[in-house]
Design a protein around this ligand. Structure first.
Ligand code: B3K
Ligand code: ZN
Length: 890
């Protein structure tokens, strides 16, 4: 596939002002009639009107009611160019498409008898010919016509303006969206659904209708999404002064969906996974994800829809900013629910979650063949660039602006951004310029965060001068080369820091030359390769706490011995750094154990680590959610990234050994904790309750890992008696993870109970795909995964099932996937090829599981290469998968 480059952007000679669409829905032959009011773009001298199309059967095309003049049309399967005289033209295009055969889930497709669309990034061209670019913003009216019996509900963007009956059991509805929008925000739903409704007043007193549409039988699972929507509305009004601009806002849940959700104007379409929840089927984590995804899509209405992207290279303009907004929203919601005293800790727990995701997903991406800046310079398939870098690192970049400018400065920048750009399609430069102008601050160097790929390393060293009572901190930065970017420049890095005294208390921070100390956490700005700061007025040598709150998306390299890590684990006033100290200590211990395992030496866990771990476990003053975070070991994906070379088997041996050691040495404490934390009888989604449940489930995990008989019995009992999914699944996961005798029976019981519940079965698939082998004689997890592929409840056509079973196996179970005989890779190649024939986007996501293959041991690399080549050489490979494999093999 050709490479598209950011610098090659050109404005179009023609644009579209109004679109009038008519859909005559039939499963295998839907006819789409499109009327386009087109005008020349005055800013461009001359040129043809260009339309994009993909797999369309064109039945008619007229310009101002006439067939195009001979010689004025150039056609290919994916493009039509029309030479038109004059400055205006009315096009009428009739296409026929086959929603039933559309297994890509892009464009118009069927799911469980209903019709749904997904147009971002380039799905609209699979519906009708159109200039399919985000900088073409038009007013849409849509008439949907379909069978009443199978599709009683007919929805599109905006306001319902007309509906009525038609002959032959058909009916229609006409929708009008008052706001101009790019075609990627178009949506249509025609299905058999029921609705949960609520009327709310916006801040300015306008009444709006909120709807959550689900399949019959699921209404009792829609309430949480509705609450989340109302909370998101209020939060955006209060935090950014942004109101809902529509009279009606709809969320529709669909079972077959490539990703999480889609922010179509006024008609969000959601994966059922991010809508449906009730205590018996959804875990606390599900509740939390639903709240944040509902909010994310809602926030897009301003950051994405009212102001959109000029081109797809600017994707982080809407995604990084909107992820940052949803992260802030979730933190505020958690803090409010936790109450004043626990608010700071609740915020920190959310921040820790976000940092975990960044480290486990984005850091590896930034260190591999797909490394790209948050604003990429080129792509072959844009759908491959909905990445952790664009989203999560993009959010970190916005967070740094927020840190550097302060909440008020940031808000002023947002206000200015909207005042300049509301209703248009803009670039990341436009956003940063608004921030810069509103704050009178030069952000030119900051823009390097948009153009440089790779995770910067920040090194810090301190020298204590006892006589002067001063501490000299030297900080330097370095970004390793990434594909296509050998040279890196110094970035602007906000470094939040504190100094901890020997008593564990933070010291006030006073820099040389300052008259007074100011605060105990301060943000230093590192904007050159290296810089020094001297802190004065100190009574004793401090322990530095650097990168507090994870103030920049960097890897901090600082020499700390075990004692100092244990000290920070016990005392760091910044909860995020306290957690990080525990992670660093655990990482050090695990990597040392793994090295021993790889060399066939005996593994020994340092007593100091067990003690530090025990102190956190026993500290009742710390809230449960924080303890659960601090006592969870770093993600395997992150640890593999830190290993040179990555050796999944050795790492797994280390993890098993550490888990067993902690579980058996601390069994009394862990059991006491499970028995001592009292839970309310009624389930409610609340951070305090969720924290207790998380800590109990973690304790059960350690106990089962250690095969502690009484601990296993506790897990089995909690599984049997659980009153909600968090407890039930937590206990089940502990049994399965520990591979104890009770595990198989519990898995079977779980299956029987939920056999008709697709979303719950996804958990059942994922849990088994992630199974560890504790007995080397036991059959490999691979055999189980193969068996599950043939399970009646599994389907390769449903993305959720693929992510649950194959995604979990390829990504979340490295030791079982990376088998030395290469059988895991053979499964990978076979499944990627099979998926690619039906759904390239999902196939490409699975393909990415092997992109960092060069980081593994030579023996594993040798087993991976032929399978990568097998996929590369597969017949009819999509551009999606092709790009991933080519980059991996390059
Ligand atoms: N904007 C969509 C993602 C579309 C992905 C297209 N491959 C969801 C979101 O980020 O809110
Ligand atoms: Zn988004």
């Amino acid at each position: 596939a050709p490479t598209i480059r950011r610098t090659e952007f050109m404005p179009l000679p023609w644009t579209v002002l109004r679109v009038d669409l008519h859909f005559s829905l039939h499963p295998e032959a839907t006819v789409v009639t499109s009327r386009l009011a087109c005008v020349r773009n005055r800013a461009v001298d001359a040129g043809a009107l260009v339309l994009d199309g993909d797999e369309l059967e064109t039945l008619a095309l007229t310009i101002d009611g006439c067939d195009p003049q001979p010689g004025t049309v150039r056609r290919s399967a994916s493009r039509i160019e029309l030479d038109i005289d004059g400055d205006e033209a009315e096009l009428e295009i009739v296409t026929r498409i086959n929603p039933r055969a559309n297994s890509t889930l892009s464009g118009l497709y069927q799911s469980r008898g209903g019709y749904f669309t997904q147009c971002e990034a380039e799905g609209f061209r699979r519906i009708t010919w159109f200039p399919d670019r985000p900088d073409v913003m038009a007013r849409f009216t849509v008439t949907v016509e379909g069978e009443r019996a199978s599709c009683p509900v007919l929805l599109s963007n905006g306001n319902l303006v007309e509906e009525g009956e038609l002959p032959d059991g058909r009916h229609y509805a006409r929708w009008e969206d008052p706001f101009p929008k790019p075609c990627y925000l178009f949506a249509l739903v025609a299905a058999d659904l029921v609705v949960l409704e609520r009327r709310e007043l916006t801040a300015s007193g306008r009444e709006v209708l909120l709807q959550v549409w689900v399949e019959a039988g699921n209404l009792d699972r829609a309430g949480h999404a509705m609450d989340a929507l109302v909370h998101a509305m209020r939060w955006d009004e209060e935090t950014f002064g942004l109101e809902l601009d529509l009279d009606r806002y709809m969320i529709v849940a669909v079972s077959d969906f490539n990703m999480g959700a889609m922010e179509n104007k006024g008609l969000n379409i959601f994966n059922t996974k991010y809508v449906l929840a009730k205590p018996d089927t959804a875990t606390d984590a599900d509740y939390e994800h639903i709240e944040s995804v509902v909010a994310h899509e809602y926030f897009h209405n301003w950051t994405g829809n009212r102001v959109t992207c000029r081109d797809w290279f600017q994707l982080t303009l809407k995604e990084g900013l909107t992820v940052f907004r949803d992260q802030q929203f979730s933190a505020d919601m958690l803090a409010a629910a936790a109450g004043a005293e626990a608010a700071a800790s609740a915020r920190a727990v959310k921040r820790i979650d976000d940092v975990r995701v960044l480290r486990a997903a984005q850091f590896p991406e930034d260190a591999g063949p797909m490394a790209h800046p948050i604003r990429p310079d080129s792509y072959q398939e844009i759908n491959n660039f909905y990445t952790a870098t664009v989203y999560e690192k993009g959010a970190e970049v916005i967070r740094m602006l927020h840190t550097l400018l302060g909440p008020e400065g940031f808000r002023n920048g947002m206000d200015l951004y909207f005042s300049y750009h509301d209703g248009s399609a803009v670039t990341c430069d436009d956003f940063v310029e608004a921030m810069s102008e509103a704050n009178g601050r030069d952000l030119d160097q900051f823009m390097l965060w948009y153009s440089q790929a790779g995770t910067p390393r920040v090194k810090a060293e301190g020298v204590w001068d006892g006589a002067a009572g001063s501490y000299l901190l030297t900080v330097s930065q370095y970004t390793p080369p990434t594909p296509g970017q050998a040279e890196k420049q110094a970035l602007v890095i906000p470094l939040a820091i504190g100094l901890i005294g020997p008593d564990g208390e933070d010291r006030p921070l006073q820099l040389e030359g300052e008259a007074h100390p100011g605060g105990t956490t301060r943000v230093l700005e590192l904007s050159s390769e290296s810089r020094q700061w001297r802190f004065v007025g100190l009574d004793a040598e401090p322990v530095p706490s650097l990168l507090r709150g994870f103030s920049a998306p960097v890897i901090l390299e600082v020499e700390e011995d075990d004692a100092r890590l244990a000290f920070r684990m016990a005392h760091d006033a910044d909860a995020c750094n306290r957690w990080d100290a525990a992670q660093r200590y655990a990482e050090r211990v695990l990597l040392a154990l793994a090295a021993a395992a790889a060399d066939g030496r005996a593994m020994a866990v340092p007593q100091g680590f067990v003690d530090a771990f025990a102190r956190l476990l026993r500290d009742q003053r710390l809230d449960a959610a924080f303890r659960a975070q601090a006592l969870s070991l770093p993600a395997e994906a992150y640890l593999l990234e830190r290993m040179q070379p990555a050796d999944p088997a050795a790492l797994r041996a280390a993890q098993i050994h550490l888990g067993m050691t902690l579980g058996s040495m601390l069994a009394d404490d862990l059991r006491a904790l499970v028995e001592g934390l009292v839970e309310p009888a009624e389930y409610r989604y609340h951070p305090a309750d969720a924290g207790r449940r998380a800590l109990i489930n973690l304790a059960l995990r350690y106990l089962c890992a250690a095969r502690d008989a009484r601990g296993v019995a506790l897990a089995a009992q909690r599984f049997a008696e659980a009153g909600n999914m968090t407890d039930r699944f937590g206990a089940l996961a502990a049994l399965v993870h520990g591979a104890v005798a009770e595990a198989e029976g519990a898995l079977a019981a779980f299956y029987r109970r939920y056999r008709d519940d697709a979303l719950v079965l996804d958990k059942w698939f994922a849990l088994q795909a992630g199974m560890w082998r504790r007995d080397p004689a036991a059959p490999p997890t691979l055999a189980r995964v193969r068996a599950l592929l043939a399970d009646a409840a599994f389907s390769l056509a449903n993305p959720n099932k693929v992510y649950a079973l194959l995604g979990s196996f390829f990504r979340a179970n490295p030791a079982e996937f990376h088998l030395p005989d290469g059988s895991g890779y053979a499964l990978w190649a076979e499944q990627v090829i099979a998926l690619d024939a039906a759904n390239p986007q999902v196939a490409a996501r699975m393909a990415r599981a092997l992109e960092n293959w060069r980081r593994f041991t030579p023996a594993l690399q040798a087993a991976m290469r032929p399978q990568l080549e097998r996929v590369r050489d597969a017949e009819g490979l999509s551009a999606d998968v092709g790009e991933i494999i080519d980059k991996a093999l390059a």
